[in-house]
Design a protein around this ligand. Structure first.
Ligand SMILES: Cc1ncc(COP(=O)(O)O)c(C=O)c1O
Length: 453
């Protein structure tokens, strides 16, 4: 059956042959198939998968790891996760879950105990909700993903308004779910506080949702209650738009910063979907514990939480059964002391990093009010030249040179969207010595820059 060499040459457009051995050794025969055209490019993928970018922050974290593996003494400020241990009560709860043999499937939206603990936690924050409104999921990321899957219809022109600089995953996730991103930039000069009138101007009949994240990643800014109330009032005027409030850092606030959950504003219960989780506030990023509070009905009169549960049931099923008991252990008061001591530690680091950065000529920095990020403006360094002759054309070049020449890893602000182009994100979820040494290296690096001739 295998055509001879001479025969093969005669076939036009044949780029390769595939040989298949059929039957048992000795008794079988071989088949050859001609392949026409260029198959060298590999398998076919969906356009949305091909266009999806890797997370800028995760990519940088991987680069820092690789440099350290080469023996380089890199000081890393890129991590978006606490360096402190989780509350003892959380660890004990997971240990107990293993001992109790919690190895099987649990209810898709989470155990009743976990959901009741979450509902009680949010009731204390002023949200009128019950355990039935809660869906426990695999981190804040999956919480947002479920909500976007429920809200956005690909091809309908659904838009989601985000306030930039914004967490790097909002835009790709909205686009992956079929929505269009509408950016409302905030500026360093305005303290990265959004202008409710700009939000109103960005909304159209296609607006499916407005995303709010306070305290915010990457800015560390906590929006004043009055701004949150005015944005809520803007959203309330659009019948089909929801407010999605990402409160993953809500209890990590410093100084006088307050927190207003927009779902707690009278009349907004049905219009605000709240996202939260233990990742950041309880230092358990790897456990994958997040949730949605959705106390509203959909257009067909069905609770949104039921729809989110169906989406999760057909995709993830649920987050790990073993971590579910940690929710109650952390939220029902048993971890309060540990959580408060972690918050105080971050508060003092926020002060420390801000003080060090404010001393550097050529760097401007707002005081962080929450989360664990400083977002200094380094734009005055752009256009200058490093001692090795590299010109700092923009924030990417700045971060690259800072990493290569001073071994300090910070995240460029541009990928967080408009408003972030002159800034870098520096996490203070690291030791005090690292903060001091890193800011010193940054100061020397900035001082070493020369005007370009
Ligand atoms: C603003 C914001 N929302 C949500 C998340 C997702 O958190 P999780 O690790 O729980 O998925 C992050 C993580 O960096 C974040 O910064």
């Amino acid at each position: 059956m295998t055509p001879g060499g001479a025969n093969r040459k005669k076939q036009a457009n044949v780029t390769t042959w595939v040989n298949l051995e059929v039957g048992n050794q000795g008794e079988g025969y071989s088949l050859s198939f001609p392949i026409f055209g260029d198959w060298s490019v590999g398998m076919r993928c969906s356009q949305r998968a091909l266009e999806l970018e890797a997370s800028a922050t995760l990519a940088l974290a991987a680069r820092v790891k690789a440099l350290r593996a080469e023996g380089k003494d890199v000081l890393g400020f890129s991590a978006g996760e606490p360096d402190l241990p989780p509350p003892a009560a959380a660890i004990a709860a997971v240990r107990q879950a293993i001992d109790d043999g919690m190895n099987g499937y649990e209810p898709v939206p989470g155990t009743p105990e976990a959901r009741e603990a979450i509902a009680a936690f949010h009731r204390k924050g002023g949200i009128d909700c019950t355990a039935d409104d809660v869906v426990l999921t695999a981190g804040g990321k999956m919480a947002l993903f479920l909500v976007l899957q429920a809200l956005l219809q690909p091809g309908r022109g659904d838009e989601v308004v985000i306030l930039t600089p914004a967490w790097v995953s909002y835009k790709p996730m909205i686009e992956l779910c079929g929505g269009k991103v509408v950016e409302v930039p905030c500026t360093f000069e305005d303290g990265f506080r959004p202008d409710p009138e700009a939000v109103a101007a960005a909304m159209t009949p296609n607006t499916a949702a407005v995303m709010l994240n306070s305290p915010g990643n990457p800015t560390g800014v906590a929006f004043p209650d009055e701004i949150v109330e005015r944005i809520a009032a803007v959203v309330a005027q659009h019948k089909d738009a929801m407010l999605i409030s990402d409160e993953i850092y809500a209890t990590l606030r410093y100084g006088d910063a307050t927190h207003c959950s927009p779902a707690s504003i009278p009349g907004m219960k049905d219009r605000v979907i709240t996202l939260h989780g233990l990742s950041k506030i309880a230092a358990v990023t790897g456990w994958r514990l997040g949730w949605v509070v959705a106390p509203m009905l959909t257009e067909r009169g069905e609770p949104l939480a039921k729809i989110l549960t169906r989406i999760q049931g057909q995709s993830l099923s649920h987050t790990s059964s073993l971590v579910m008991p940690a929710v109650k252990a952390v939220l029902d008061g048993g971890a309060d002391e540990d959580l408060e001591s972690m918050r105080l530690r971050f508060a003092s680091r926020a002060e420390r990093m801000h003080e060090r950065l404010a001393e550097i000529d050529g760097v401007k920095c707002l005081k962080p009010e929450g989360a664990f990020y400083c977002f200094p403006d380094v734009g005055d360094c752009f256009g200058k030249v490093t001692p090795t002759g590299k010109k700092l054309a923009d924030v990417h070049a700045f971060c690259e040179a800072l990493l290569e020449e001073a071994l300090v890893a910070v995240v460029p602000g541009a990928p967080f969207g408009p408003g972030g182009e002159r800034c870098v994100r520096m996490s203070f979820a690291c030791g005090e010595e690292t903060i001091d040494a890193g800011c010193e290296r940054l100061a020397s690096f900035v001082a070493s820059l020369q005007e370009s001739v």
